[in-house]
Design a protein around this ligand. Sequence first.
Ligand SMILES: NC(=O)c1ccc[n+]([C@@H]2O[C@H](COP(=O)([O-])OP(=O)(O)OC[C@H]3O[C@@H](n4cnc5c(N)ncnc54)[C@H](OP(=O)(O)O)[C@@H]3O)[C@@H](O)[C@H]2O)c1
Length: 343
Amino acid sequence: MRADLLLIGFGNVGRRFARLLEERRDRLSHDYDLDTRIVGITTRSHGAVFSPSGVNVEESLVRIERESSLGTPQPAARMIDALAESDAPMRVVIETTTLNIEDGRPAIAHVESALEANCDVVTANKGPAAFAYARLDALAHARGREFLFEGAVMDGIPVFNLVRETMPAVTVRGFRGVVNSTTNHIISALEDGETFAPALARMQAEGIAEADPSLDVDGWDAAAKASALANVLMNANITPHDVLRTGLDTSTEFAVQDAMSRGNRLRLVASATRDGDGNLVVTVKPEELPGTDVLAGLRGMANALILQTDLLGEVAIHQLSGSLTQTAYALLSDLISIRRRRA
Ligand SMILES: NC(=O)c1ccc[n+]([C@@H]2O[C@H](COP(=O)([O-])OP(=O)(O)OC[C@H]3O[C@@H](n4cnc5c(N)ncnc54)[C@H](OP(=O)(O)O)[C@@H]3O)[C@@H](O)[C@H]2O)c1
């Protein structure tokens, strides 16, 4: 089955995904009868390219890596309309633009336009599920299309797929986890005796933290992930701005050492629980945990999520380290999910 793809965003994740498609081309064809063709790529400041017979992906990769333009810029909406004209049985928008923590736009608009044009959509951007899951999921159902986002939380480690595909009739009652690698890395460095400012500067120098690390350090990235998890797994209908959020700051340095002096560990924990009245409370905050807690053992880039369920008790998902390939794989696995559902 042929799948024509439009890539909105061609940064680290989008480019790794394009390469992964080539690396797995034979496997996709042999195991899933899936023949992918990238017919369009659009970016914010590096132009766009579209060809109904398939763009030259190698040339596009070289152009972007040399910081040159792909071609004349085109609005994403126009390129989605062009994809919708394709006669391929699968027409999929692959959305990998940057997270806008204000309101999740324009990624939400990209997802909406794709579904309205009867295309499926796969994204690694947290924004759509964190800000507008219920609406976009309803739109996807109404159109008979897929809206999938496995890469939004814990890279390629299956979180949403695990629950959706392998836990039928199970209710997720809550969760707690360490879901941001940069802050966990900083906390590990503080445990090793570094001070906050040099630890953060080292994370930036090593490319682990962003040049502007506030999204990670202030807890916004974790809040967006917590919001997406609560919306998808617990029908919460919240946004990251509803998450009670405390990030890290220079006082964390003392708190980390103080916790260690008691044999405990400080971790930036994202959690969702019901209060006495049954209201969902979603938080991101540094928490002092006993050394025996699964989350206390996470160092550096390690993440883990513990789902509290009614039938399976607590289920822990542990990611030892994340990578770009894992995030690109999340997009690929979502694409294969769409192919299976078309079968
Ligand atoms: N990197 C990871 O390991 C990882 C892991 C999990 C999830 N994610 C998520 O995946 C997404 C992509 O991450 P990344 O590391 O690939 O980011 P990136 O390297 O900054 O790339 C972002 C891409 O999106 C394009 N873009 C931004 N706004 C756009 C718009 N309005 N219309 C069209 N294109 C737009 C950018 O174009 P220009 O370059 O021209 O500005 C660039 O091509 C993010 O939402 C991120 O949170 C990343």
